[in-house]
Design a protein around this ligand. Structure first.
Ligand SMILES: Cc1cc2nc3c(=O)[nH]c(=O)nc-3n(C[C@H](O)[C@H](O)[C@H](O)COP(=O)(O)OP(=O)(O)OC[C@H]3O[C@@H](n4cnc5c(N)ncnc54)[C@H](O)[C@@H]3O)c2cc1C
Length: 292
């Protein structure tokens, strides 16, 4: 029996990951799985645990940079419809983790439920947003999260109540292997007012971020009380280039890649920015994106 016996319909080998990420860069995953339901996911997680295969979850791929040499082990994507359901009941919306964050926000606005609309325009899935506590100046997803269902690395399904959950700037205590579902308790408001507010947030985001380019959003976390983008700008780094990767002129905390870029170009540019900001301004920047 090979380690994949029984999983042939859902597992591919040497799957190029670039097409699954917003940077559109990087090499293949040794194994790539799209389970069709929770039972299949659980069986796969258990098999990987038994066989000692490293396993990672990929959401919308909007906060990861995959290295050119690719990723060993199993990458799992919850792209099938069983992982995409969104239901509203009273002030609570339940969303499966593979659902797009944008879909969750539009359901909330349509139902007249306020809270998540400042997150409009953040790409990716509900699972990715919960993992990294996605947010904007108007708030973050964690402040509205009242419950989560997760699967551990041994395949056990567990419930996390509000009191077990902690969220901080781009961090959450939801660090189990798989976030399966989140529940969000929101505030009732007139859907028309809410739609207008969401549109305003969207206009501001579009004006300030290079959304039409290959990128992974903000590269660095904002150091306490400071803006990473402003520091990079002050260090004179806007427009700096390595190969096909460039520090965006519109928002200095974005690195945009052109069609010729490699992940190595982006990694070298990240190192350059980090060392120049440390040298010129004495601040150590920490990456917000995950490097696989
Ligand atoms: C143009 C652009 C603009 C952006 N603007 C913002 C912004 O304003 N604010 C902000 O916070 N972020 C922003 N981002 C970053 C990114 O969109 C968020 O971090 C997003 O929440 C990542 O979600 P994802 O599904 O793409 O996760 P991925 O990039 O696929 O994964 C990120 C991490 O989450 C984990 N993960 C994903 N799904 C699950 C799951 N179901 N269970 C367990 N772990 C999981 C992955 O393993 C990985 O560790 C931006 C990105 C881009 C490209």
């Amino acid at each position: 029996m090979s380690l994949l016996t029984g999983f042939e319909p859902i597992v591919r080998q040497a799957e190029p990951l670039a097409q699954h990420t917003w940077f559109r860069l990087g090499g293949p995953a040794e194994y790539f799985a799209e389970p069709r339901n929770i039972d299949e996911l659980q069986a796969l997680v258990r098999r990987c645990a038994e066989e000692g295969i490293q396993i990672r979850l990929l959401g919308g791929g909007s906060n990861v940079l995959v290295r050119d040499e690719g990723v060993p082990g199993m990458v799992v994507a919850l792209t099938e419809s069983a992982f995409g359901a969104i239901k509203a009941a009273g002030r609570v919306i339940t969303a499966a983790s593979g659902a797009k964050l944008g879909h969750l926000i539009s359901v909330a606005v349509r139902e007249g439920l306020a809270g998540l609309e400042p997150l409009v325009g953040i790409p990716g899935t509900v699972g990715g947003a919960l993992h990294g506590n996605a947010g904007s100046r108007g708030g973050d997803i964690g402040q509205w999260t009242c419950h989560a269902t997760v699967m551990t690395r041994s395949g056990e399904i567990q419930q996390r109540e509000r009191d077990d959950l902690t969220f901080a700037y781009r961090e959450s205590s939801l660090d189990e292997l798989v976030i399966l579902e989140g529940k969000f308790e929101l505030e009732q408001e007139d859907p028309e007012e809410l739609t207008k507010r969401m549109q305003k947030h969207w206009i501001v985001k579009k004006a300030n971020q290079p959304l039409g380019h290959q990128s992974a959003g903000c590269i660095f976390k904002n150091p306490r009380g400071m803006s990473a983008g402003m520091l990079i700008d002050q260090a004179g780094l806007k427009g700096s280039r390595v190969g096909g990767a460039e520090v965006s002129d519109l928002h200095a905390n974005f690195i945009v890649a052109d069609a010729s870029a490699t992940s190595q170009d982006v990694l070298r540019l990240i190192d350059l920015v980090r060392s120049r900001v440390a040298e010129r301004l004495g601040v150590e920047l920490e990456t917000e994106i995950e490097i696989w």
